[in-house]
Design a protein around this ligand. Structure first.
Ligand code: EPZ
Length: 423
């Protein structure tokens, strides 16, 4: 298994381009199932999770043609199986996003239950409940979701919890249903909005994406479209924190600051200077490495968009380990998203966990050590800690990182970091 070897202590400086958003590209690839016409996509990030999703879609019969760097075209004119098998779904929960499109277009789907993952049980009961409200007959047997319906019918659906992929699954299903569907308490994440924009280009009639009430008027079929995937706000946030922690000065190209309001607010609270234009964000900070003014500790509490994103929680925990005082990090979305705490403690971080809140007391410095990645964003937070730790840090099991960060070590090297991948 690959490892990352990082020498800490170097302020990051320079420019990097932010990739397309993993969490927008994944549902948008599944939207390709909704039409027999070609769906041309740009700014598709080159990530392990994207490769996994493409493998699943090809297994069903979708033809994928790669038109160049981060460009591809999907052709779902000859789908011959409506099943998402366990061995594919178990490695990536987002596979559940084929359920809505398969039911909408073919009236049948057999999708393995995703099972839990490192950060929590992550059930899909709200996906199922919503599809049943639209008339689908669904039962679970032998670990599979067996679903069938003649024709989905529009329905008014109140989502008990804000669920990102739940909202996406039901929105896609509703595009071809008979009548109008109203999703209440819908997720407002920018990735939901990007999926809606792609579906509208395909001919779907959707209003309210980005608000908590989305109205979808079913149409008889969807057609061809071209869509560039929105930039990855979490990848961008991760680099912004890296620059703030190392006392660097970086500029991120191809990113929209308005997708990161809560994160930028919190970064400014640390004392970092954040500026932006309509397509880039710059951050500079005295950071811990200069020994001049320290980063100020900043407390965060995760919640659905537009509040502070759970996918940035681990990164801000890393920042607080070397900030000047005490901060709390409270995780309200997932029940077990503190797997990075023990690993940071190995680097000398002073963190205590009480239920879903971590209390972090900033220390003057971290010491390099060997640590292990556990889930995607936890792994990213270990890279951040390693960038400021004294000496060398080795991060094992970095396949987690490859799931969600395109060319991470290349981009960090471009910014001056001393990092290398060891087979
Ligand atoms: C999406 O996961 C993202 N993944 C996650 O990003 C992100 O952390 C999460 O949204 C929250 O923002 C993708 O978009 C592919 P949820 P999702 O359904 O949709 C509970 C990353 O690092 N719930 O919004 O699976 C659930 O257990 C990944 O890129 C139910 O109880 O998350 C959780 O506690 C990690 N029943 C809460 O809702 C359901 O039917 C929010 O989950 C669905 C969800």
């Amino acid at each position: 298994m690959d490892k990352l070897v990082i020498q800490g202590g170097i302020p990051l400086n320079g420019e990097v381009r932010i990739s397309g958003a993993k969490n927008a590209a994944l549902p948008i690839l599944c939207a390709g199932l909704l039409t027999e016409a070609p769906l041309k996509l740009g700014n598709v990030p080159d990530l392990h999770d994207i490769a996994t999703m493409l493998k699943l879609l090809e297994h069903m019969g979708i033809k994928v043609s790669r038109d160049g760097q981060n460009q591809l075209t999907l052709d779902a004119s000859d789908i011959h199986t409506h099943e998402a098998p366990y061995d594919m779904v178990k490695t990536m929960r987002a596979s559940i996003l084929v359920l809505g499109p398969l039911l909408a277009r073919f009236g049948h789907a057999r999708v393995s239950l995703p099972g839990g993952c490192a950060i929590g049980s992550r059930p899909v009961d709200l996906h199922i409940k919503g599809l049943q409200a639209m008339g689908a007959e669904i039962h679970i047997e032998h670990g599979y979701i067996e679903a069938k319906v003649d024709k989905l019918k529009g329905a008014r659906i109140f989502m008990d919890l804000v669920t990102v992929t739940g909202t996406e699954n039901l929105m896609m299903a509703a595009t071809l249903a008979e009548g109008t569907t109203i999703l209440e308490n819908a997720a407002k994440e920018p990735e939901v909005v990007d999926l809606a924009e792609c579906l509208i280009k395909m001919g779907a009639q959707i209003e309210g994406a980005g608000s908590d009430v989305i109205t979808i008027k079913g149409v008889s079929s969807l057609g061809a479209a071209q869509h560039d995937v929105v930039c990855d706000r979490i990848e961008a946030g991760t680099y912004l924190v890296a620059a703030a922690m190392t006392g660097g000065n970086i500029r991120l190209q191809h990113v929209r600051a308005e997708l990161l309001d809560a994160v930028i607010d919190k970064l400014r609270e640390t004392g970092a200077t954040v500026t932006h234009d309509d397509n880039s964000i710059s951050v500079s900070s005295v950071g811990v490495l200069q020994g001049k003014g320290n980063l100020r500790s900043v407390s965060v509490r995760t919640a659905p968009h537009p509040a502070f994103p759970t996918d940035m929680q681990a990164q801000f925990m890393a920042l607080n380990t070397v900030a000047d005082a005490v901060a709390t990090v409270t995780e309200t979305i997932f029940e077990n998203r503190f797997m990075h705490v023990q690993e940071m403690q190995r680097l000398g971080a002073n963190i205590e966990v009480e239920g879903n809140t971590a209390i972090i007391r900033g220390t003057e410095f971290l010491e390099g050590a060997t640590v292990m990645a556990t889930d995607l964003r936890a792994s990213a937070s270990l890279v951040l800690a390693a960038l400021v730790a004294r000496g060398e840090t080795v991060i094992e099991r970095i396949y987690h990182l490859d799931r969600g960060y395109e060319r991470l070590e290349d981009k960090l090297t471009q910014l001056g970091a001393r990092i290398q991948r060891v087979k």
